[in-house]
Design a protein around this ligand. Sequence first.
Ligand SMILES: Cc1cc2nc3c(=O)[nH]c(=O)nc-3n(C[C@H](O)[C@H](O)[C@H](O)COP(=O)(O)OP(=O)(O)OC[C@H]3O[C@@H](n4cnc5c(N)ncnc54)[C@H](O)[C@@H]3O)c2cc1C
Length: 358
Amino acid sequence: MRNGDQNVAVIGAGIAGATCARALADDGWSVALFDKSRGVGGRMATRRVEIDGANGAKHTVRFDHGAPGFDATSPEFASFIELAAKNDLLTQWTPRAEKNGAADKSLMWVPFPDMPSICRALTTDLPVRTNCTIDALRPDAGGWMLESAGVALANGFSHVVVAIPAPQASNLLRSQKSLIAAHSANMLMLPCWTMMAVTNEPSPSVNWEIAHPTASPLAQIIRNDAKPGRERIDGLAQWVIHATSEWSQAHLELSPSEALSALQSAFADWLGGSLTFHYAGAHRWRYASPATSTPLTEPFLWDDSLRIGICGDALGGNGVEDAWRSARALSDFLINKVDGSQARSPVVSSSLAQTRTQ
Ligand SMILES: Cc1cc2nc3c(=O)[nH]c(=O)nc-3n(C[C@H](O)[C@H](O)[C@H](O)COP(=O)(O)OP(=O)(O)OC[C@H]3O[C@@H](n4cnc5c(N)ncnc54)[C@H](O)[C@@H]3O)c2cc1C
């Protein structure tokens, strides 16, 4: 079978889905992506909010309310990231970290102008259907048909790649009675309540840009407007604050306004001094990060009789780099399986090398 005969549906356009789709498309596969959100990126997410500044001026604030940034430790992922950096898609950020009052430096890679930029670049020339939750897969003459809310969306897929958080993958594949669904059901993930806020500049002022409080419910505080390429507004401070997974789990079913109120109080108490909120919003990530790392022979799951695979952070370990690694492993496996060719390494794609997203 030639790779051009392969028609793959990729469900989920986070870093795992975008990476897998890109690699397969670069190998000549026909690829279609589906995502339930308004855009690509998944947990590499940025939310835009309009706020009123001084003198009635309107400002658009962008909060990176999922992953704030990430590491690149393996040579393969580092090569991919270096190429993306050369194409102005991301840069290194060394925020001053708060540690018992002393400022020091930590380091992370931060996409700009916003977190989804890498996924947009990877998928730029691929068909991506957004606002589209896939809730069933049905066998059909050509392979697989995808359904959303009882409506057939697309069919004739020879392969399906499921690149969504493991518990959701397990739900989606439950009716196939496949071992890979059972396996992903065991991959538990932890939630994270996140607060996005604009306040006055704290007084007394702070000399750090990232903090890891030991006071529950706060796990991490990020000065979002200190990140590269993010707009600053005079006199105002923009924050993204993650609650601990323990607190988020215990308060999972709070309403957003209840969670917000608890996080606002905790932040104001922890910071001390006077704090006025000009904007505050809460987002619940039900599946923020894997609870444990599940050792697998390969960092993906594949059912050969169904021709369905699963990739994503829980399969590779934890975080953006492991989600990418999982997707690369699955795409390499499929490419080698179909035409026996060696996958190019690193698969980055023409689109990353040529595209500078807005
Ligand atoms: C608050 C927070 C902080 C984090 N901090 C870090 C960090 O510091 N460093 C780090 O490396 N990582 C961090 N992460 C984790 C990192 O964001 C993830 O590991 C990585 O982005 C996962 O990528 P993925 O492609 O596997 O999944 P996702 O990014 O979750 O992508 C899955 C996609 O599938 C879509 N989807 C789900 N179900 C369906 C369906 N039924 N039909 C269609 N589409 C569907 C979703 O909309 C989503 O776009 C953090 C995450 C959160 C939430």
